[in-house]
Write a protein that binds this ligand. Structure first.
Ligand code: PLP
Length: 333
C-alpha cells in the first residue's frame, strides 16, 4: 500500500524518462515537497519569492523558519519581476524560490544568472507546470530543483500528491532520506526526516492518467482556443500571454479584467448559472500579516482583477458559450 512500492517507483521512473531528468521523488503533496527541499538544503534567513502565487509557496518558507522576501511581479507574465531581485539580496539571503505562475515559465535565464552571481539556490514552485517545456526541454530541468503538485485540481494528478525533480544526486539524496523519516537503510538515520511518502493508491491514480496526458492537453487546448475566439476582441478583459519558446500545458485559463467590480459582477452572473470560477490567486500574499508584509503594487492590483475561467476536458462548446456570453453581457453594459 505504501513505503515506496512498485507503483510509486514505476511512476518515478516514467516521469524521469518523460522529462529527461535524472531524479524524480514522488511525495505526499507539493507543500511537503517544498518544505522538504528548504529543510534538506538547510536554508536559513531570507528567501526571495513572489507574492503572486498560492499560499503554500510562502507558508512553506515561514513554516521552515525562514523569512519570505516578496518581490513584485512582472505585469505581463505575472511571474517575479527579475529586474527587482538583485536589490533585495543581502548577506542573509539563502535562495530564490519562485513560481511558474499558471505554468507560464519565469524568466529562467536571468534567474539562473542571478543565482550564480550570488551563490543562491534556485528553487521553482512548478506546481502548475506539469508537461511544460521551454526551449525544447522540460521546465523542471531549470534551476536546482523543481516541485510539482499532483493535487486533484491539477492537469496530471494523484488525488493528493506531488514530486520533486532535480538533476543533482546530492540534492536528491538529501530529500530522499528526509522524505522517509530520515531513514538511511533500515536501522540507520542520516537526518531529521518526516513522512512525506506518496502511497501506492496515489501512484496508481497517477499511472492510470499518464497514458491519457496528450489527449487531456489537446482537449484543453481545443476548449482554450474556443474561449479565446470569444474573448479576443472584447474590451475590458485580457488573456494572460504565455512566454515565447514555451510549450504550455493549458492548465488554467487566467483572465484579467480592467476593474475588480467587473470581475465580481461576472462571478455573480456565472454563479447564477451554477458556474463557479476561482479568484486565483487572491489575495496577494504580501498583504497577509503572518507572511512578512511589504508593498507590491503590481501583484496587489492584478490579484484583485484576475480569475481563472472553468476549463476541463468534459466541457462542451455550449458551456463555453454560456460563460463567454455572461462575460460579454457584463462588459457591454
Ligand atoms: C503555486 C502552488 N504551489 C503549491 C501548491 C501546493 O500544492 P499541494 O496541494 O500539492 O500541496 C499549489 C496548490 O494548488 C499551488 O498552486
Amino acid at each position: 500500500m505504501t513505503n515506496r512500492g512498485e507503483l510509486a517507483l514505476s511512476l518515478e521512473n516514467q516521469l524521469e524518462k518523460m522529462f529527461d531528468l535524472k531524479h524524480c521523488l514522488v511525495v505526499a503533496n507539493a507543500t511537503l515537497g517544498i518544505q522538504l527541499v528548504i529543510k534538506s538544503l538547510n536554508l536559513k534567513g531570507q528567501i526571495i519569492t513572489t507574492p503572486f502565487t498560492y499560499i503554500a509557496t510562502a507558508s512553506s518558507i515561514v513554516w521552515e523558519s525562514c523569512t519570505p522576501v516578496f518581490i513584485d511581479i512582472d505585469p505581463i507574465s505575472l511571474c517575479i519581476d527579475v529586474t527587482k531581485i538583485r536589490k533585495a539580496i543581502n548577506s542573509s539571503t539563502s535562495a530564490i524560490l519562485v513560481t511558474h505562475v499558471f505554468g507560464n515559465p519565469c524568466d529562467v535565464d536571468e534567474i539562473e544568472i542571478i543565482g550564480k552571481e550570488f551563490g543562491l539556490y534556485v528553487i521553482y514552485d512548478a506546481a502548475h507546470a506539469f508537461g511544460v517545456n521551454l526551449n525544447g526541454r522540460s521546465i523542471f530541468s531549470y534551476g536546482d530543483v523543481s516541485i510539482c503538485s499532483f493535487h486533484a485540481t491539477k492537469l496530471f494528478h494523484t488525488g493528493e500528491g506531488g514530486a520533486i525533480f532535480c538533476n543533482s544526486k546530492e540534492i536528491y539524496d538529501k530529500v530522499y532520506d528526509a522524505h522517509n523519516f530520515g531513514h538511511h537503510g533500515y536501522e540507520d538515520f542520516s537526518c531529521l526526516g518526516i513522512n512525506g511518502k506518496m502511497s501506492e493508491l496515489q501512484a496508481a491514480m497517477g499511472l492510470s492518467i499518464l497514458p491519457y496526458l496528450n489527449d487531456i492537453i489537446n482537449k484543453r487546448k481545443e476548449i482554450y482556443d474556443y474561449y479565446f475566439e470569444h474573448l479576443a476582441n472584447i474590451n475590458g478583459i485580457s488573456v494572460v500571454p504565455i512566454r515565447n519558446r514555451a510549450d504550455w500545458n493549458y492548465c488554467y485559463l487566467p483572465v484579467v479584467l480592467d476593474r475588480e467590480d467587473l470581475l465580481l459582477e461576472i462571478i455573480k452572473g456565472c454563479n447564477n448559472h451554477n458556474i463557479f470560477q476561482a479568484r486565483y490567486f487572491y489575495p496577494s500574499l504580501n498583504t497577509l500579516n503572518f507572511l512578512n508584509p511589504v508593498e507590491c503594487q503590481v501583484s496587489e492590483d492584478v490579484a484583485k482583477r484576475i480569475m481563472c475561467l472553468p476549463l476541463h476536458t468534459y466541457m462542451t462548446s455550449l458551456d463555453v458559450d454560456l460563460i463567454a456570453n455572461t462575460i460579454k453581457a457584463t462588459l457591454n453594459k
